[in-house]
Design a protein around this ligand. Structure first.
Ligand code: FES
Length: 157
């Protein structure tokens, strides 16, 4: 027998290297599977901006005014002692609508809406959304963009 030829029970350097590499590859595969499984079990979270915001004191809005609140993309509408809040987001593709002579106009594709936010000409498929307006404990207008209301629902003070 050749002294350099390993017997059945001896481990060669090459065999040891192959065995080690196999264990390392197997460990990486098991770790990657474990990470993927844990990642699958943890739900994705979407952080959205708050839907409710304070729009200031009722006295900040003159009678008959329609005030655009740019940060929130809404119009605050005051008539006498009533307050309403209209979304400025076009129901077509989400552009911000502008005030017009008779109501609102979308600069993107030309939809027009009347003063109540109803569609007068498309392509917008439906009316602008009215949001719930209430009064907070510290006497501020509180708008909830998560709650839509009918166009004839007002906050009356
Ligand atoms: S986004 Fe307003 S009409 Fe298209």
């Amino acid at each position: 027998m050749n002294p350099s030829t390993p017997t059945e029970n001896e481990v060669t350097r090459r065999g040891f290297f192959q065995l080690t590499m196999g264990w390392i590859a197997g460990s990486f595969a098991a770790a990657a599977t474990a990470v993927a499984t844990v990642r699958f079990l943890v739900p994705n979270v979407v952080f959205e901006p708050a839907q409710r915001f304070k729009a200031g004191a009722p006295g900040d809005y003159p009678d008959g005014s329609v005030t655009f609140l740019e940060d929130e993309r809404v119009f605050l509408v005051r008539r006498g002692n009533t307050f309403r809040c209209l979304s400025a987001v076009c129901t077509h593709l989400g552009c911000t609508v502008n005030r017009s002579e008779k109501g609102y106009h979308c600069p993107c594709h030309g939809s027009t809406f009347n003063a109540d936010g109803n569609v007068e000409s498309g392509p917008a498929p439906r009316a602008l959304t009215w949001f719930l307006v209430t009064l907070s404990k510290d006497n501020r207008l509180l708008v909830d963009k998560g709650e839509s209301v009918a166009s004839d629902k007002y906050l009356i003070l």
